[in-house]
Ligand binder design. Structure first.
Ligand code: C5P
Length: 242
């Protein structure tokens, strides 16, 4: 295969120049990090599973009218995406108390929240992705008020849909992180869902047993990390070809 120009390498993915202008190839690695790179490791087969899981979820979301950067999966580890200008925010949605919310506020992990909470984090490795408020976002120009309104509206729809989709296969969507980008078409800009949706950026618990099937297995050294990701893919009916 012809060598392609690498544009960016992140902790779990690499972006290459795409075959046509305005497209990129997103490559899923097996590398895993936690605590902003403090813990590093490899989860064998993770890239293949996340590529499939993210393809599946982005496709289902596009079917209900959520605009995404996803075009199509190219092979086991790569997908073709639209080039967008990434908004430097992580939008976290929480349905059940866990992770940093439980730690920071002393809330018991596993407690269902009376309503879903949306939080914003500024994407900046050097600053450890600090939590920010809407005021900071608009003050420093990371997103305009209208962009943020669009992101919140999309996030709530994604949460509603994914909660139902996962519940149907016996999985509780505890929390997850989304990223968005600006896509220009015919001189018009719209906000689209970007990055990936996978067990790397969702907390997914078995609804009956509470067993964790996501990256917390890696973060907390619970073992059987790959098996957790595989189980999510199996329940969604998309275990990749051997
Ligand atoms: O660690 P915390 O509880 O704040 O994480 C909330 C959700 O956001 C989790 O599902 C986690 O996987 C995701 N997340 C992420 N990338 C980050 C921080 C959190 O995908 N940098």
């Amino acid at each position: 295969m012809a060598r392609r120009r690498q544009l960016y390498e992140g902790k779990a993915k690499i972006l290459f120049e795409g075959p046509e202008p305005g497209t990129l190839v997103q490559y899923f690695k097996d590398d895993a990090t936690a605590g902003n790179g403090a813990k590093k490791g490899t989860i064998t087969g993770k890239g293949v599973l996340n590529n499939r899981i993210s393809e599946y979820l982005m496709t289902r979301l596009a079917e209900i009218g959520i605009p995404t950067h996803f075009i199509r999966r190219l092979n086991m580890r790569e997908q073709l995406i639209r080039e967008v200008e990434i908004i430097p925010l992580e939008v976290v949605v929480r349905n059940v108390a866990a992770g940093s919310l439980a730690t920071r506020l002393g809330i018991t992990e596993g407690q269902r929240l009376p309503r879903s909470i949306i939080e914003y984090y500024y994407k900046n490795d050097q600053l450890n992705d600090p939590m920010v408020a809407e005021e900071h976002i608009t003050c420093f120009g990371w997103a305009a008020t209208q962009d943020l309104d669009d992101m919140v509206a999309l996030t709530l729809r994604v949460n509603d849909f994914l909660c139902g989709l996962f519940l149907g296969v016996g999985i509780t969507l505890v929390d997850f992180k989304l990223e968005f980008g600006r896509l220009w078409e015919n001189e018009e800009m719209r906000i689209v869902l970007a990055d990936e949706i996978s067990p790397d950026n969702c907390r997914l618990w078995d609804t009956k047993t509470g067993e964790k099937m996501d990256k917390d297995r890696f973060r907390r050294d619970l073992g059987k990390v790959e098996e957790g990701y595989q189980e999510v893919a199996r329940r969604l009916g998309i275990l990749p070809e051997a």
